[in-house]
Design a protein around this ligand. Structure first.
Ligand code: ZN
Length: 136
């Protein structure tokens, strides 16, 4: 697999209102986008750090995956997202290598990206997202 860079780091937070001022200060850069992804039951906030972004994730429902994650493990790093090209081919490559896919086909994520998650059981416990920017 060829990864061009870390697209973003996903961090689960209880409250964007509380987390955003901290991250703005820590990174020295303003949050440039807040977006709700209804399908995922999350509200996201983005910061740019060079080519990579920090994605804060606040749950909009206790039933959502971020809600469950926080209940089980508390706030913290949730996933790492790698930028790839031809996401469908990369997923096929992962499946061929025996990596368990959460998303068998790409779907729409925040920021207009095509995304798919790999199961942490197959990735050493690291929830891994692959992203493709088709608008690039
Ligand atoms: Zn993500």
């Amino acid at each position: 697999m060829k990864v061009s860079h870390i697209e973003h780091l996903g961090i689960a937070v209880k409250s964007l209102d509380t987390a955003i001022p901290y991250w703005e200060k820590m990174l020295g850069t303003p949050c440039y986008n807040i977006e709700e992804v209804a399908e995922q039951k999350v509200k996201t906030a983005f910061f740019k750090v060079g080519q990579t972004k920090i994605e804060l994730l606040e749950s909009t429902s206790p039933e959502g995956s971020i809600g469950k994650f926080i209940e089980k493990r508390g706030e913290g790093v949730h996933h790492v997202a790698f930028a790839v090209e031809n996401l469908e081919d990369r997923l096929a490559e992962c499946a061929d290598a025996g990596i368990q896919l959460i998303d068998k086909a790409p779907r729409g994520g925040a920021e207009g990206l095509s995304i798919a998650f790999l199961h942490p059981k197959s990735t050493g416990g690291v929830l891994t997202e692959l992203c493709e920017d088709k608008n690039k």
